[in-house]
Ligand binder design. Structure first.
Ligand code: RP5
Length: 165
């Protein structure tokens, strides 16, 4: 069994993006735990969860936040587990505010930031981190890459049939 992925979101309004990650983790059979802990509204809970995460059996963390998105950085400040930040598009600035707030971390406290609303890739990156110590999971990821590539080649065949006569 893989280690767990800890998933935190700044608000339940981030849930549609969080579900992209939980769906992906479900498809890979990776256990996880999900909480609404905000860097600003519930900083004590966010810090306590992060401080205890390694001892609680987590192997990677994913933090979702929009606007002044400090959650991933706040988590990273309190653990040496790998932290993946997902900037969420939730304001008038189209997510650029969250992207910059998440990605621009000072040396010493890294956050691996994925694309705006990139919940699926956040889960895959967490899976790849866990797979460094889990051969069964590594095999699943290799199989998924092959299945994804096969789907693209099917689409290529359809497009080729239409245009390349
Ligand atoms: C952030 O502020 C949350 O992560 C959310 O993306 C954004 C808006 O939160 P709500 O006002 O919808 O609760 O902290």
């Amino acid at each position: 069994m893989s280690k767990k992925v800890g998933i935190l979101m700044g608000s339940d309004s981030d849930l549609p993006i969080v579900r992209k990650a939980t769906d992906m983790l479900d498809s890979l059979g990776i256990p996880y735990e999900v909480h609404v802990y905000s860097a600003h509204r519930t900083p004590v809970e966010a810090a306590e969860f992060s401080k205890n995460a390694r001892a609680s059996g987590f192997g990677a963390m994913i933090a979702f936040a929009g606007m002044a998105a400090h959650l991933a950085g706040a988590v990273a400040a309190n653990t040496t587990l790998p932290v993946i930040g997902v900037p969420c598009k939730s304001s008038n600035l189209d997510g650029l505010d969250a992207l910059l707030s998440t990605v621009q971390m000072p040396t010493g406290i890294p956050v691996a930031t994925v694309a705006i609303n990139g919940g699926g890739n956040a889960a895959l990156l967490a899976a790849q981190i866990l797979a460094t110590a889990d051969e069964t999971l590594a095999e699943k990821l290799i199989a998924k890459r092959a299945a994804d590539a096969a789907k693209v080649l099917e689409k290529d065949a359809a497009v080729s049939a239409e245009f390349n006569r």
